[in-house]
Write a protein that binds this ligand. Structure first.
Ligand SMILES: [Zn+2]
Length: 510
């Protein structure tokens, strides 16, 4: 933090506070005007900021009544407060060819309402607009406009029990995220897009500049740089989906970028660029073996400001992604099938080096101009794998680990259960170090371990499970079960680690 005399700091803080509270009108008019279009989704016909759960259900029922031959509404399960989470399936049953399966989700974070609104309008257009309906000759859509219904009703990021659902993808501690993974298992999407909103006016930017600055983008791409994602899936994003989306953005004058955000804490002045963390949606879906993307749309904290522009951005992103999927359907199907059979080593640890003085664009809210600042950055795309292990033939979990076994079932990972005790030659992991993390995550303090492999003749009790490698979700199983992986079952305290003891999870090697 730069030094100021007290008075100046106080004035700055006050000005900053008022600018943080809302984006000045002249900034909105110059950079984020509403487009000259009409969207007739509930928020715009009622004039309310966002659509309630009841309003959404009513609107979806109306679409179903208008297009019963194309649409279906099912519940994917219940939220913590017992509300059904609706999913709309849109499929042209008359068209018989092999279809791409596309899964879209909105409002995983409950206070990010534009996703719900944009997805509802896209559902409407799949019925009402002839050229949009063309997509159905090659694509079946599965759309969950409001995943975190409780959070959306309460206008909060979190689920009812205060959990951030987009940190729960390797732990499944919430019914909402558990339901989403059940959908992923049942539908097996080729393409997944998760629509979020980002906060353009961040207090942490005062570490970067004395001026009052905001992120200048209408939207940002956040896709997986996790090293265990099959590379062809990422190539499709970089070679097809992003370039096509950028063409769309140009025609609507929407500024965009690869996702970047300040790291916060002691790393306040370093930018994270992109993402690799398996506990968030776009990474875990890519690790499940599909083309996967999280879109961040300018929104949190803006209320109704530029709402038509923001909802149209989501709607146009739905159109662009669907059109790119339509045009590349055989390549996408081919890459997803190859990802299921991949046999690469499992990356256990990796590091990202800090790149000094990288240029980032910001919007000066008082001068109303876009400026560049040089900020140190950690680009996830440049990560280097520092440790990897070969893929085993199978993993085995001790039958007494009921929580871990229950989660394997909830992820839809295939397994074979031992009906009686079995003796097996296995590779065990002996815990050599165990460090409890300071940061709390999902109400626990994660545990990072270092392990040493050793061969063991183990007696596994009845109820133990064997997870074979020859299955589509093997990569997912590996990152959950390799104890040194960040966000693994051991890291998330699903499996307890005792220093100098062997873990109750084993590898069977070729
Ligand atoms: Zn979000």
């Amino acid at each position: 933090m730069k030094k100021h005399i007290l008075f100046l700091s106080l004035i700055m803080a006050m000005t900053l506070q008022s600018a943080m509270a809302q984006q000045p009108g002249k900034v909105t008019r110059k950079w984020f005007p509403d487009p000259d279009i009409k969207i007739e989704s509930p928020a715009f016909t009622t004039g309310k900021y966002y659509t309630t759960y009841k309003g959404m259900k009513k609107y979806l029922q109306k679409q179903l009544a208008a297009y019963p031959q194309l649409m279906d509404i099912t519940s994917i399960g219940k939220t913590q407060k017992g509300r059904e989470i609706p999913m709309v399936t849109i499929s042209d049953k008359a068209s018989s060819q092999t279809k791409l399966r596309v899964l879209f989700t909105g409002a995983m974070h409950g206070d990010e309402h534009a996703g719900t609104e944009g997805l509802m309008w896209f559902i409407h257009q799949l019925g009402a607009d002839a050229s949009t309906r063309e997509l159905l000759t090659k694509i079946d859509f599965y759309i969950i406009p409001m995943l975190n219904v409780d959070g959306s009703e309460a206008d909060t990021r979190y689920t009812h029990n205060g959990t951030d659902p987009n940190r729960d993808h390797t732990r499944l501690s919430t019914p909402e995220i558990t339901c989403l993974h059940k959908v992923a298992t049942d539908v097996k999407p080729h393409l997944y897009v998760d629509y979020h909103e980002f906060k353009p006016l961040r207090t942490s930017y005062e570490e970067i500049s004395d001026r009052i600055i905001s992120n200048p983008n209408d939207f940002m791409f956040l896709y997986s740089s996790n090293p265990n994602v099959y590379p062809e899936l990422t190539e499709l994003i970089e070679q097809e989906f992003i370039p096509n989306t950028r063409k769309m953005a140009e025609s609507w004058n929407l500024r965009n970028s690869i996702y970047y955000t300040t790291r916060g804490g002691s790393d306040g002045t370093i930018m994270n660029v992109g993402g690799h963390s398996s506990r968030s949606s776009s990474n875990i879906m890519a690790l499940r073996g599909c083309v996967s993307m999280l879109m961040e749309i300018r929104g949190i904290g803006l209320g109704k400001t530029s709402y038509l522009r923001r909802v149209n951005t989501i709607y146009q992103l739905c159109q662009s992604y669907s059109q790119t999927a339509f045009n590349n359907s055989s390549r996408i199907i081919g890459s997803v099938e190859k990802a299921e059979r991949q046999n690469r080593p499992v990356a256990i640890a990796y590091s990202i080096k800090t790149e000094k003085n990288q240029p980032f664009l910001f919007l000066d809210l008082l001068k109303n101009e876009i400026i560049t600042y040089q900020v140190d950055a950690k680009p996830a795309k440049e990560l280097k794998v520092t440790k990897k292990v070969s893929r085993p033939k199978a993993y085995v979990i001790d039958g007494r680990q009921t929580l871990a076994i229950d989660l394997i079932k909830k992820f839809g990972i295939r397994y074979e259960e031992f009906r009686q005790p079995r003796q097996l030659d296995v590779e065990a992991y002996r815990v050599k170090s165990s460090v409890t993390q300071k940061t709390e995550l999902l109400n626990i303090h994660p545990v990072a371990v270092k392990v040493q492999p050793e061969t063991l003749h183990a007696t596994l009790p009845e109820g133990s499970i064997l997870i074979p490698m020859s299955q589509p979700l093997f990569t997912l199983a590996a990152i959950l079960l390799e104890p040194e992986c960040v966000n693994s079952f051991v890291y998330m305290q699903v499996i307890d680690a005792q220093l100098n003891e062997c873990l109750p999870v084993y590898r069977i090697n070729e």
